[in-house]
Design a protein around this ligand. Structure first.
Ligand code: ADP
Ligand code: MN
Ligand code: MN
Ligand code: MN
Length: 406
């Protein structure tokens, strides 16, 4: 079939259209990913995609001494977004973070210290099973502290944990929906046509089929890896924009919401690395009428979950309405700058400038799910956090506004 492609340049955006006869049609996605040039160009610059993955199994299958385990210490770097890790051998199987040794790293290489005083401390705070190395090997989530033992600028967990301790009796629960996008090495979404765009949004959300979804094997691998690790992963779905996905953690109690989300993010980057695919948490990876990515945060307290808890939910919304700016500042790593690109009032978002709330309203800052309105109890969904937010900052702000009246 002779399919011709015309590329029309329109202001800053490039639209590609297929022409059949004289009637212009959007090119369907399937035609693009099935054509041979496409499969050859995809991932061609990704060194990790080219390496043979089965060879490693020979070595992972080697018996490991009973009294030696590998502990991978994981921390957040000075950007507040990047995740770093390094591994050490331990001669015991740790059960609780307090049994684990403190460690240091070169903070001048992670935007966290000057070269002259470069040691930054790692304090273990949570232990997970390691789904890559298996056995008794562990992933160890750490907080970071400067040489005088004050939390580093991007250690948002310290302050968040203080808030969680203060409201312990209210048992705050968090369920976070992490949206993200797969990228090829040209920094465009994985599997998108190299000289144009896929067909418009509509068929992709929760879709199935080669013309609708891209990268499902990474999503499946990540889901199982999270379960094995002990992350409280709640589910996953394909998103509105092709090559965009979501997973949810929760409900998690208190600080565990942030802990589980950071470990789930680490595993996502780690597993996608094996496939040679980049994961971006950028809140607006493609300009224009393509959906951005968020980290909707579902929040409840013991009182909200009780009979007639809707009254507590409404009280919380009233408090949130008075602190909109403070929350926008806490909801992305650039004090609201990232969310400016995403919270436009279009593509299922509210405007960054206004606070709004509504039942089942996906264009509002806060949504009360339909089921919650009917049951008159449950939780609220804050739709404002950006996909690259620090969940510790988000959970901290929610608790301080709604429970501590700050
Ligand atoms: P959406 O309809 O917005 O896409 P999802 O199903 O993706 O919702 O996510 C809902 C999230 O809310 C899940 O992570 C779930 O664990 C969480 N959740 C459910 N009940 C509560 C609750 N009472 N408090 C806090 N979070 C909750
Ligand atoms: Mn969701
Ligand atoms: Mn979503
Ligand atoms: Mn949601």
């Amino acid at each position: 079939m002779g399919l011709r492609i015309l590329v029309k340049v329109c202001e800053t955006n490039i639209f590609s259209r297929a022409v059949s006869g004289n009637k212009p049609l959007w090119i369907t996605f399937g035609r693009h990913i099935s054509c041979t040039t496409m499969s050859r160009t995809m991932l061609k610059d990704s060194p990790n995609a080219a390496l043979n993955k089965t060879l490693l199994n020979k070595y992972l299958d080697l018996p490991q001494p009973d009294n030696k385990i590998q502990a991978k210490y994981i921390w957040i770097d000075g950007t507040g977004e990047g995740i770093r890790s390094k591994t050490r051998t331990l001669d015991f199987v740790p059960k609780h973070p307090s049994e684990l040794p403190k460690w240091t790293y070169d903070g001048s290489s992670t935007y966290q210290a000057e070269g002259g005083n470069s040691d930054v401390f790692l304090l273990p705070v949570a232990i997970y099973r390691d789904p890559i190395r298996r056995g008794n090997n562990k992933l160890v989530l750490c907080e970071t502290y400067t040489s005088d033992m004050t939390p580093t600028a991007t250690n948002k967990r310290f302050r968040c944990n203080q808030a969680m301790e203060a409201v312990k009796s209210e048992e705050p629960w968090f369920g976070i929906e992490q949206e993200y996008t797969f990228l090829d090495f040209d920094n465009r979404p994985l599997g998108w046509p190299k000289n144009g765009f896929p067909g418009p949004q509509g068929p992709y959300y929760c879709g199935v089929g080669a013309e609708r979804v891209i990268g499902r094997e990474i999503v499946e691998a990540h889901y199982r890896a999270c379960m094995y690790a002990g992350v409280n992963i709640a589910g996953t779905n394909a998103e509105v924009m092709p090559s965009q996905w979501e997973f949810q953690v929760g409900p998690c109690v208190g600080i565990a919401g942030g802990d589980d989300l950071w470990i789930a993010r680490f595993l996502l980057h780690r597993i996608a690395e094996e496939f040679g695919v980049i994961v971006t948490l950028d809140p607006k990876p493609v300009d224009g009428s393509w959906n951005g990515a968020g980290a909707h945060t579902n929040f409840s307290t013991k009182s909200m979950r009780k009979e007639n808890g809707i009254i507590e939910i409404e009280k919380a919304i009233e408090k949130l309405s008075k602190q909109h700016v403070k929350h926008i500042q806490a909801y992305d790593p650039r004090g609201g700058k990232d969310n400016e690109r995403r919270l436009t009032g279009k593509c299922e978002t509210s405007s960054i400038h206004d606070f709004s709330a509504g039942v089942a309203n996906r264009g509002a800052s806060i949504r009360i799910p339909r089921g919650v309105a009917e049951d008159k109890k449950g939780y609220l969904e804050d739709r404002r956090p950006s996909s690259n937010c620090d969940p510790y900052s988000v959970c901290d702000a929610l608790v301080r506004t709604c429970l501590l009246n700050e």
